[in-house]
Design a protein around this ligand. Structure first.
Ligand SMILES: [Zn+2]
Length: 811
């Protein structure tokens, strides 16, 4: 693993410009690191030094004035366990590429070079890397020169970034690569992938030049760095990292078309590119404000989707983000997006910082209107050009650009937590010719969750016209009255689905039917599907959902129709689902398979799912089919899932889905199938999925818990990061208090911060589960039984209703 012979990093340690800086010394970490004498100053004099924990203290020899520039040379070597990673083939992974890569965010660059490692200061940087001649070394900024020492068979790459940036954005990648370069209005856009994978480049990266132009135009700032390189590296520990002018990416974004629709690398690429503006050019001043990096990258990715694929596609992305955020609020916590209360800064990189923040920016854009929003963004980018920012800077920039005061908005959505939950109903007052709309805000209002004061649009619709009303929701219970010529066909609450919220809107079946057939935007039609899913045993609902499933032009509506039919769960609904099963959009097929999974021990559904699992051909639908097969609890589900589980797919989504399907199936035989797949030598993502599923499955088999616990604990010390993550998730699922001691060791000593965060979450989970007591398993079984009974009841209800219907007709 001797790809890098020497690295010479030159950064400026910032001068003491503020009190805060004086208190933060340059830091090195306690990873095995040796500093060699002499540490020298710019005159070549040796200086005294000491290492204190994370600080390297250097005595300057003579007094220096604040703000005075001077040079210190530190010669050191290190064996970092984080920050820099050396990938190389071994017996178990003979094909693994020999590549070195780094990952600095949030505070890991200090593990491979002594540095001022906090984002609140910016400086220029240079990296000189000497490597064996067959390797290429890539780093930030501009390549100054390459010198070739032919005798010693080495090359030295000299990279320089002459515009200041923050320490965590310094990066290095060394290896043998295939590459390609584009030109985006003068900006060189480059893609590097491990040698031999060059055929993936076009499919993955060809839209990036368009993104470079789009972000440049919309922000008013042309791409600000000398070039934009993207480098795919093996076993990268995050999806992507926006190092200044050189984004590193995991190799799983290189995929064939069979993952498309369900997985689009463009989303990752747009996110990392957007960071070159929001994150790198304007950088958060501290981790508590990191949403200024991450929410912007999340939302600008969506804005590019809107520009390239249209508004409806963008809305679907926002929907998914909201669901991810809601899931975190249910499973873990609600917190203000801006906060300084965290155990470690890595705790901040959660669904609040990414997904909720993106949704908040979407609302902000709608509150300001497009013109004002872009005016504000451009002003913010220009005003804080090449600076570190905090949340209030954005608020002030908006005020200056638009004259709008967003105090309330920032207070509720950024400094407070949660989201509004509404119960809505409407009625028609024939005498007054008015629509009466009642809105109750029902979330528990308790610090930090406020009662929200938000603007919202209500649409009143007839066959031939619509009427839009703007209201402001600001009380726990409000009634609005709108004049209207006659009783409307439908009343829509937030028809463009702008607001981050949960809504229960009780409506008659006929209104949903009208809405599904006549809704202009996609959201009202989707909402109608969800509503109709509650009318069990209703032939009209099934027929109209089937029509939507097979005929609606937008896939998102077809997907909702499939979901609703699954909810309805009668034989007629099942047949309707089968009718749509050949949809050309994989995202709709996934919903159909999910829906078919609701039919317990149903031969027809099982057969359709078995075929889908083996023959759909697209990775994500096959993954969904595996999970649905488990839900059917069919006698042959186990064998079917195992038979197809080792087929390769993008990021092994199929194998991982099958692992989780075995856990959900609860068949004890799955334990051995999963154990085998955690072995060193299997793809790291499979090991991750298998370890996670193993813990979940063992939670249903008390006698095997100790054995699985021991197995997972062994994996906590695995050399592969993702496998360690899988083991932590597995222990969390296992919910066995005996695992807490081991997880505490991870939380204390694991080198990679995200995993320490995950370990703390797992400990919290286990304690909660344990507090609930052994009831959990009994409850699961009870739930299973109820689901079976429910299916029987639905069938009986449907047949009774049809009997009643035919009796009525006979009369
Ligand atoms: Zn990001």
């Amino acid at each position: 693993m001797a790809a890098v012979r020497a690295i010479d990093i030159r950064t400026a340690i910032p001068g003491p410009r503020s009190r805060e800086i004086l208190e933060r010394k340059a830091r090195v970490v306690a990873d095995p690191l040796s500093v060699y004498l002499p540490v020298v100053d710019d005159a070549g004099r040796s200086l005294e030094w000491e290492v204190h924990g994370e600080s390297l203290l250097i005595r300057l020899g003579k007094a220096r004035k604040a703000g005075e520039a001077f040079e210190v040379r530190i010669r050191y070597d290190a064996k970092p366990r984080r920050g820099v990673f050396f990938m190389a083939p071994d017996k178990a992974y003979p094909k693994r590429a020999r590549i070195v890569w780094t990952q600095g965010e949030d505070e890991d660059n200090r593990a491979w070079f002594p540095s001022y490692d906090y984002p609140n200061q910016r400086f220029t940087s240079e990296v000189l890397a000497t490597v064996e001649e067959r390797y290429e070394a890539l780093s930030n900024g501009r390549l100054v020169k390459v010198t070739h020492d032919k005798r010693r068979k080495r090359k030295t790459y000299h990279w320089s970034l002459d515009k200041p940036h923050s320490n965590y954005l310094i990066a290095l990648a060394v290896g043998e690569f295939d590459s390609k370069e584009w030109n985006a209005d003068g900006v060189p856009v480059q893609a590097y992938v491990p040698k031999g994978m060059g055929s993936f480049i076009d499919r993955c990266f060809s839209n990036v030049p368009d993104m470079v132009r789009f972000f440049g135009k919309m922000t008013g700032l042309k791409y600000p760095w000398p070039r934009y390189a993207q480098v795919c590296v093996p076993e990268f520990i995050v999806g992507g990292m926006e190092n200044t002018s050189i984004t590193l990416l995991y190799e799983y974004c290189l995929t064939d078309e069979k993952a498309y629709n369900d997985y689009r690398p463009e989303s990752l690429l747009a996110h990392e590119l957007a960071h070159q503006w929001f994150g790198d050019w304007l950088t958060t001043k501290s981790w508590g404000h990191v949403w200024l990096n991450e929410s912007f990258a999340t939302y600008f990715d969506i804005l590019w989707f809107e520009h390239f694929y249209g508004k409806d596609e963008a809305l679907m992305r926002i929907e998914t983000d909201r669901d991810n955020y809601f899931e975190e609020t249910v499973k873990a916590y609600k917190r203000p997006i801006v906060t300084h209360k965290f155990t470690e800064s890595s705790d901040m990189f959660d669904r609040h910082t990414y997904e909720k923040g993106g949704s908040v920016l979407h609302m902000m854009r709608n509150e300001l209107g497009d013109d004002q929003w872009w005016k504000a963004i451009r002003h913010y980018v220009m005003k804080f050009s090449s600076e570190n920012v905090e949340t209030n800077d954005l608020k002030v920039a908006i005020e200056e650009a638009t004259g709008r005061n967003l105090d309330t908005f920032f207070d509720e959505w950024l400094y407070k937590a949660g989201h509004p939950e509404f119960e809505v109903s409407w009625s028609w007052d024939d005498k007054a010719k008015q629509v009466e709309l009642r809105v109750k805000q029902t979330q528990e209002v308790k610090d930090p969750v406020p009662l929200f004061r938000v603007p919202l649009v209500v649409e009143i619709a007839w066959d031939d016209r619509v009427q839009r009303e703007s209201v402001r929701l600001e009380r726990a219970d409000q009634v609005f009255r709108f004049d209207a010529p006659r009783r409307p066909k439908a009343v829509l609450f937030d028809p463009d689905d702008i607001l981050l919220k949960k809504v229960t809107f009780r409506k008659e079946k006929d209104e949903f039917l009208w809405q599904l057939a006549n809704g202009k935007g996609v959201w009202p039609r989707m909402e109608a599907c969800r509503g109709l899913g509650k009318f069990i045993g209703d032939d009209t609902a099934v027929a109209r959902l089937q029509k939507a499933l097979t005929k609606d032009k937008f896939w998102g509506v077809r997907r909702e129709a499939a979901g609703a039919l699954g909810e309805i769960g009668t034989q007629a609904a099942r047949d309707a689902l089968l009718n749509g099963a050949k949809d050309k959009d994989s995202r709709v097929r996934r919903a159909i398979y999910r829906g078919l999974g609701m039919f317990r021990r149903d031969e027809v559904a099982f057969k359709a799912l078995s075929e889908a699992y083996m023959d759909d051909g697209w990775y994500y639908p096959m993954q969904t089919a595996a999970l649905a097969l488990a839900e059917t609890r069919h006698d042959r589900a186990f064998d079917t899932i195992v038979k197809g589980m080792d087929r390769p797919s993008q990021a092994e989504v199929l194998a991982r889905g099958a692992c989780m399907a075995l856990a959900n199936l609860r068949d004890e035989r799955g334990l051995d199938v999963l154990k085998v797949r955690t072995a060193y030598g299997r793809p790291e993502v499979v090991r991750y999925g298998a370890a996670w599923a193993l813990g979940k499955l063992a939670s249903y088999h008390e006698k095997r818990r100790d054995e699985v616990l021991e197995h997972l604990v062994g994996l906590l010390r695995d050399p592969n990061y993702r496998t360690r993550v899988g083991a932590v998730l597995g222990l969390s699922e296992l919910g066995y208090p005996k695992g807490i001691d081991e997880l505490e060791k991870v939380a204390a000593a694991e080198p990679i911060a995200q995993l320490r965060t995950a370990a703390r979450a797992a400990i919290r989970d286990i304690r909660e589960k344990h507090a609930e007591g052994a009831k959990r398993i009994e409850q699961q079984e009870e739930l299973d039984k109820l689901k079976d009974e429910n299916k029987g009841l639905k069938a009986r209800l449907a047949s009774l209703e049809s009997k009643v219907e035919s009796l009525r007709k006979k009369r």
